[in-house]
Design a protein around this ligand. Sequence first.
Ligand code: ADP
Length: 154
Amino acid sequence: MKRIAVFPGSFDPFTVGHQNIVLRAMLMFDEIIVAIGENSQKKYMLSLEKRKAIIADAFKGVEQVKVESYSGLTVDYCNAEEAKFILRGLRNSRDLDFEQPIAQLNKKLDDSIETVFLVNAPEFSAINSSIVREIYLNGGDVSDFLPNGIKLEE
Ligand code: ADP
């Protein structure tokens, strides 16, 4: 059976930190679906199309990595995609505190799906999407934080 992992997130925007998690997970899974969660209650800086385009560009020509979007429960989406793993990155203990109950509840919702955490490489610890948004909205250069130095302008 193909080992498929879903990497869910807002990815507003997808950063080099996210990219590093996917690159390392490629050694563990046959296929990784970077799945942009669409939550109608949440406001995003970038359109879904733009968020998808950044990720597609980061993994251009890499068949093992796909980009999709979904709404609803992550475990339902995993089942629809026949994925048995949810991939998440951990930067620090705050991430762990946030992630632990989500992973435990997902396990309760579907015992057949495992959440797998990768501890991030230290050079990416300080990178998070909300700080990248803040810098960008204030006119700063965020290209060092984005895959392939991609520009956020449409
Ligand atoms: P969410 O809105 O679900 O928190 P994010 O897009 O912020 O989604 O992040 C998705 C996943 O990527 C989370 O598991 C998060 O911990 C992880 N992540 C975010 N930034 C980094 C980083 N710099 N290094 C490693 N993992 C990261």
